[in-house]
Design a protein around this ligand. Structure first.
Ligand code: IPE
Ligand code: IPE
Ligand code: MG
Length: 247
């Protein structure tokens, strides 16, 4: 049976977050430069987005570039930024064809102006799409995001708009970068690494973590389906006991 047919459509995760990792190693194994791996990662992004729409996942959030990635060699950083501009440009059609709305989180001001512009154009163009939302985490780090939220709330207190006692988890979450998107039920990381690397620290509090040895350039929709299937086999207890979950 096809892996897609084993998925229970009534219990899909609404939001899947992915750490797309392993491009550099994949290229190196083939005697190529790291950038070759990044270029080949684009097909994986396209197929994964289409796969998510195909089974009805509403939100997909991809870690494309972390704050820490700015510390990579200059040549790799500029190649990645160039690739980003070209990809957003070329793939806007894929997003339109699939009814996908593009969103971006992170310290976007740090991106080169051309990138920034391309990103905003694609976001405006796809703003009316409603099949699913693709969020790219760019120049993103979760500690940056949480610090920004704390700063915004402190400002509001200083201006007398809120009291410190008004700050609860809900208000705090509203000041994070995805206030209207539910937390990811499932996090996937490729390449065999088993760490979070400063991704969505707040939102992943109760996510199911799924690690695969597959390198990102080789990841395809069937790998996404396999991860969703594995997710559906898990028991999510949220601190309760198994017995309490039986309806
Ligand atoms: C993920 O692949 C892409 C980015 C972080 C931009 P890597 O470039 O981290 O590849 P590896 O992990 O070094 O193989
Ligand atoms: C995390 O991957 C960031 C992205 C996938 C964009 P890294 O390859 O940068 O993470 P570390 O350095 O292995 O933790
Ligand atoms: Mg990596």
């Amino acid at each position: 049976m096809n892996i897609k047919d084993t998925i229970d459509k009534s219990r899909l995760p609404q939001h899947v977050a992915i750490i797309m990792d392993g491009n550099g190693r994949w290229a190196k194994e083939r005697g190529k430069l790291r950038v070759f791996g990044h270029k080949n990662g684009v097909a994986a992004v396209r197929d994964t987005v289409e796969g998510a729409v195909e089974i009805g996942i509403k939100y997909l959030t991809l870690y494309a570039f972390s704050t820490e990635n700015w510390n990579r060699p200059k040549l790799e950083v500029s190649a990645l930024m160039e690739l980003l501009v070209n990809t957003i440009n070329k793939e806007t059609k894929t997003l339109m064809d699939n009814g996908v709305k593009l969103n971006a989180i992170g310290d976007l001001k740090q991106l080169p102006p051309k990138c920034h512009k391309q990103l905003h154009e694609a976001m405006n163009k796809t703003a009316g799409n409603s099949n699913s939302t693709l969020t790219l985490a760019l120049s993103y780090s979760a500690r940056w995001e949480i610090t920004e939220a704390a700063r915004q709330l402190a400002n509001q207190v200083q201006l007398g708009l809120i009291n410190p006692g008004d700050i609860d988890e809900n208000l705090f979450a509203q000041h994070l970068t995805m206030p209207d998107i539910p937390d990811p039920e499932l996090l996937i990381r490729t390449s065999g690494e088993q760490r979070i690397s400063n991704y969505l620290l707040w939102q992943l509090a109760y996510s199911e973590l799924y690690f695969t040895d597959k390198m990102w350039p080789e990841f395809r929709r069937n790998d996404l389906f396999e991860a969703v299937y594995a997710y559906q086999k898990r028991e999510r207890r949220f601190g309760r006991t198994s017995e309490q979950l039986v309806p």
